[in-house]
Write a protein that binds this ligand. Structure first.
Ligand SMILES: CC(C)(COP(=O)(O)OP(=O)(O)OC[C@H]1O[C@@H](n2cnc3c(N)ncnc32)[C@H](O)[C@@H]1OP(=O)(O)O)[C@@H](O)C(=O)NCCC(=O)NCCS
Length: 182
């Protein structure tokens, strides 16, 4: 079973996935390294959040904040000199939230090989108004078969996120009701 958030009052015209898809590219420098001399995971996470935020702002036509980041995967180390491409797109939209999928690719500075995937992540952004309150977003329209698959997978993740949050909240309420302190 998947969860589909109710559509906002008043129809907001949909936008195709391709309308906000974005790639940000950066050359990694010596300032980006960890103690092993490869690029720090936190540097990559910042790039991921930046690219996803740009896409969420584009899609929703205004400010959007990161609500969650999950399934951040690092597949291969990134090195100083590598040209990193961070590709992001809106996979799914709810009422005020958007799931953004991000793929991180690296072109090795010393190899003439195609860019290699080095990471990926899924983030949820909430579009907010001037008071920081959630505001409705246009529904995303997946066009290609790949976009449709990503939309369906994002719905599954959404269902699991909500179920997990609900289960944890219920457990905490139950423990509190039993007078258990931790
Ligand atoms: C994200 C935020 C706007 C949500 O506000 P809220 O009052 O909880 O509002 P809601 O419960 O209506 O949530 C709004 C939407 O975000 C989704 N959402 C909220 N928290 C979420 C989470 N942890 N994971 C996934 N989705 C989440 C809700 O499901 C809802 O989606 P929908 O409208 O499509 O159904 C609020 O918690 C916030 O401002 N957080 C800080 C964001 C921030 O500063 N980010 C930068 C980090 S430094």
């Amino acid at each position: 079973m998947t969860d589909q958030a109710p559509r906002p009052e008043g129809d907001i015209p949909g936008k195709p996935t391709a309308a906000s898809r974005t790639t940000l590219s950066h050359i990694m420098t010596g300032n980006d390294t960890n103690l092993l001399g490869t690029v720090h995971g936190g540097v990559i996470m910042k790039l991921v959040d930046d690219a996803a935020g740009a896409v969420a702002g584009r899609h929703s036509g205004g400010p959007a904040v990161t609500a969650s980041m999950d399934e951040m995967v690092f597949l291969e180390p990134v090195r100083v000199g590598d040209l990193v491409h961070v590709r992001a797109q809106v996979n799914w939209t709810g009422r005020s939230s958007m799931e953004v999928g991000v793929r991180v690719m690296a072109e090795r500075w010393n190899e003439s090989t195609p860019a290699q995937q080095v990471g990926s992540a899924y983030l949820v952004f909430a579009a907010v108004d001037a008071d920081g309150k959630p505001r409705p977003v246009p529904p995303v329209i997946p066009e290609t078969e790949r976009d449709k698959r990503r939309y369906q997978e994002a719905q599954i993740r959404r269902t699991h996120r909500l179920a997990r949050r609900r289960a944890i909240r219920e457990l905490r309420e139950k423990r509190a009701a039993e007078g258990i302190e931790d």
